[in-house]
Design a protein around this ligand. Sequence first.
Ligand code: GLA
Length: 729
Amino acid sequence: MPILFDSQTKTFRLDAGTSSYVFCVDPNGFLLHLYYGAKISDTDLSYLLPAGSWSSFSPCAADAGSFCFDNFPLEYPAYGAGDYRVAALSIQGENGCASTLIRYKGHAIRQGKYALAGLPAVYAAPEEGVETLDVTMEDSLTGAEVHLLYGVFPDRNVITRAAVVKNAGSAPFSILKAASAAMDFPTMDYDLIHLYGMWAQERWISREPLTHDTRTVGSLRGSSSHNHNPFAALVSRGADEDHGEAYGFSLIYSGNFAIETECDPYDSARLVMGIHPTDFRWNLAPGESFTTPEAVLVYSDEGIGAMSRTFHKLYRYNLCRGEWKEKKRPILVNNWEATYFDFDEEKLYAIARDAADLGIEMLVMDDGWFGKRNADNSSLGDWYVNEGKLKGGLKALVDRVNGLGLKFGIWFEPEMISPDSDLYRAHPEWCLRAPGREMSLGRSQYVLDMTRADVRQNLFEQMSAILSGANIAYVKWDFNRNLTEAGSALLPAERQQEVFHRYVLGLYELLERLTSAFPHVLFEGCSGGGGRFDPAMLYYSPQIWTSDDTDAVERCRIQYGTSLVYPASSISAHVSASPNHQTGRSTSFETRGNVAMAGAFGYELDLTKLTAEEKELVRKQVAQYHAYYDVIQNGDLYRLISPFENENVCAWEYVSADKREALLTFVVRRCKVNFASFVRMKGLDPNKRYREDSGRVYSGDTLMNAGLNLTRGWRDGDSLLLHFREIEE
Ligand code: GLA
């Protein structure tokens, strides 16, 4: 039973894998957080609460004696009644005041994992034994009933959280903030790790100590964004890949989000994660409910690596869905960097013919096949085939490509509209816009108002016609600008601050409809590369284009950072041309393959221009992909040398669950003269003997303790893939 309630002390203890999470109801009805960390056996932890502090500047809550919130750890802190730290909840009553005070009303423990209406969330099979705790809090003034939901995985260090705010009163109120989770820590001896970046530089790792301030990592771009990922970890000072505590917080959401941390003068720390409160106000009439996105909490006392591996398994098996969740993904060739907009059916067919010859399994036709699109300044919204370009139409091309034994995939950017499009001419009111304000252009396009059912219906019909008109096996769902002037023509003034969130809900609804209607289609998320690489998108598309930067040396950082949370199966990675189109850097064909192998593998270059020697290398890589598929996609990832900490090399390794196989990738990002490189492997069985493919045999303990000597006459961009298999002697 992972959820325990001690009625004597009114304490909840959630036991998730080797972690415990404890909180209690205090005599005033406040929910106080007591503990989160390695598993413990006691439940009554009230002795951990701080002694009350006293200052005339810290008021006591009414009816709560001398209790003042000032330095108490709270489970879901509310704004405006004495807790001055960053809040999880703020409700503005009909009278305009935003003073929120919630007290315990009751709770229920249910078998199974809760689901969230209209929002993606992790799920669990009955045999996983997941339980749900639903704690009801109420604000007697506004009539707000707040359900704090906890999903507890008995066999993994995973606890999920979400909140549902219901208006159980008789007057409307507005939610100004409703976070998905909050967490108070008794000390601030942690480093904050988060993932930041920009276009073509996504998810770089940032790590710095918490200090006495309030900090926000977040996005106001209408999408989770290139700039910040909805993830943060608090790790004990000195924690590394294998040692120390790591608390991972990941938000299953694709829109504006905030992860706020605050450290107070008592040296305690708080983290609050959820929808960004800026420009957010949700009106709730009596009887209505609002559901927050889901937060996933992962605990590790075996370092950051174990935290990542817990996320990888959870997101691969309990978040991704559908036919392609565990199925081997086809090796694809995408024509974007091969042709950009300059293609026709013969050019695509020529690429497909070479692809078939080389063992590649799918051709993806990227941007430029629809309307009259020959550059990025027209036709988004006109999802019908440009027959001038694809003579004979889409079906004829798809059939020909299928005839080569290849699947066929196609690109869409459904949420966008070009001013120069039939759709815009017919429905200018379908864009997001703030009346009176001229609309900003991004990549010559506007954003469709996804809050509108008619817009979604139109997109569903147009896309369905394409997907059912030919044998389409794959869709790349792109999103190439961020939101501005986020107003909707259909909503009244007082609901305009709901637009950002309604947009995301609309997107999820359309994704749900399309993925259900076309269950055989493999969906790949994309947003100018990895601008919407978040767990919510993985619920609909099990792989996401990681970055528009396809340079293997740059990709080391991007993929390394991405791997903090996301599994290899989700990290779409392609071999592209050299010199690289984004950086101009020349890198060997082998290294481009070795780096792309760490994800959902494919090619993004003109195969017809490859030399005979390069074609042989493609064949070799295709064979390697099949040979190493299991260990990469189903194995455990160990990060060995960080490209953020070492300016010359980086390395990572996969180990199969039975520890009989391992694959090491070593990349020289920037060589220097006379440098020695030793790598210690991890995660092996010390007692097994492993043969590296070239013949040398090592014991597991030798590989992990003495390691490998990888000192060679390296050049910039060189790399090595070493494969080990257990031998039985
Ligand atoms: C985005 C994607 C690219 C490509 C282009 C097409 O930038 O990330 O892979 O699809 O759009 O316009």
